[in-house]
Design a protein around this ligand. Structure first.
Ligand SMILES: Cc1ncc(COP(=O)(O)O)c(C=O)c1O
Length: 363
């Protein structure tokens, strides 16, 4: 096996070696079928078993109640920015959006094409470095939308916001889905591209309350209706079969780690170590406010772009890849999703310590 390096990419992101190896082993023949996983018909028994297992594991690990459907869609979280208002909002209605970063801003733009959007809060005033603690909802929102983890700005909600009574909560959980347990019964809809915490790109997981499926308009394009996918168990058209297969392997791996509570503890440890280092560093500092810090994407800077650049170059040389921060924050971003190994965090801290020492005492 070639030397694998530490991949801090924000997504697609690293996967457990056990998952990659099992996928590799089934490329030529899925089990004893003699047909590789990429080649199986989505209508055949072998693939249907894969599909059912992935749905069952989402339900089991996420403790998804029977009131909710589990869907596997395509088009990424970005298509959900449109499907959600198209299915849930009628002209004349208002949806409330919590604006905590670029992805929530993009979601707002798509909702505005359909109906009115009310910004219940925003942290744009300080380049999204914090999660607002107060929301002002409109008188009768159709739903409340938030982004649980802000991949670019390195902030994360500790708990879900509380919408007005009876108003469905809609969550873009693209960058922290299944990184910790959540009470799905509090949500009308949760969506996420799988490519950060749950597997490869190409599959979007949507967990949606059955009432919301039933309330969607029937005159929408067939593929854009949640009803279509719910009625056909996400098999109305050809689903991304390989992506769903790897998603299933990833879910099996999460289960083998002890489920979401154990996974959450691991994620807290990984990010906690890195923030602890940042908090005592004289060179590096975290960009997100302490109470709002993400356990998934740790964003940090030196405050000197040339020094950031030098650090990134050295990191790449030493086999730590994908650390460049998004251009709107600059500096560095270490993405520590579910599959990211703890020893990668140790390697990063050790490199930062060394870099900091040589920066303080140039030879
Ligand atoms: C929080 C969040 N929402 C939405 C998206 C867009 O996802 P996709 O590329 O699957 O459309 C991303 C991608 O990084 C994201 O981090």
């Amino acid at each position: 096996m070639s030397q694998r390096i530490f991949n801090f990419s924000a997504g697609p992101a690293c996967l457990p070696e056990a998952v990659l190896e099992e996928a590799r082993d089934n490329l030529l023949s899925l089990g004893s079928t003699g047909i590789g996983i990429l080649e199986h018909s989505h209508r055949g028994k072998a693939y249907l078993a894969v599909h059912e297992q992935a749905v069952a594991l989402i339900r089991e690990l996420g403790q998804v109640p029977d009131s909710h459907e589990v869907l596997f869609l395509t088009g990424g979280a970005s298509l959900q920015f449109s499907m959600i208002p198209l299915n849930l909002l009628s002209a004349g209605e208002t949806a409330d959006y919590l604006v905590t970063g670029m992805w929530s801003q993009k979601a707002v733009v798509e909702a505005q094409r359909v109906a009115r959007v009310h910004e219940a809060c925003s942290s744009a005033d300080r380049n999204f470095c914090y999660i607002p603690t107060r929301c002002e909802y409109s008188p009768r929102p159709r739903y409340v939308h938030f982004t649980s983890n802000n991949t670019i700005f390195g902030t994360q909600f500790r708990h879900e916001p509380t919408p007005p009574a009876g108003v469905p909560l809609v969550c873009d959980a693209s960058s922290d889905i299944f990184s910790r347990p959540v009470d799905v019964s509090k949500y009308g809809l949760i969506y996420a591209g799988a490519q950060k915490n749950l597997g490869p790109s190409g599959v979007t997981v949507v967990i949606i309350h059955k009432d919301l499926v039933a309330q969607g308009p029937q005159d929408l394009a067939t593929m854009l209706q949640y009803r279509t996918h719910a009625d056909e168990n996400s098999l109305y058209n050809t689903p991304p079969t390989f992506g769903i297969y790897v998603l299933g392997l990833m879910l099996k791996w999460l289960k083998s780690q002890g489920g979401l509570e154990a996974v959450a503890r691991g994620n807290e440890e990984k990010a906690g170590k890195l923030y602890a280092y940042l908090d005592q560093s004289r060179l590096f500092r975290a960009t997100a406010e302490p109470g709002s810090r993400s356990l998934m994407n740790v964003t940090f800077v030196t405050g000197q772009p040339a020094v950031d650049e030098a650090f990134l170059k050295r990191a790449t040389r030493e086999g730590l890849d994908g650390l460049k921060g998004h251009r709107s924050v600059g500096g560095m971003r270490a993405s520590l999703y579910n599959a990211f190994p703890p020893k990668g965090v140790d390697a990063l801290i050790s490199l930062m310590r060394d870099f900091e020492q040589s920066h303080a005492n140039p030879s």
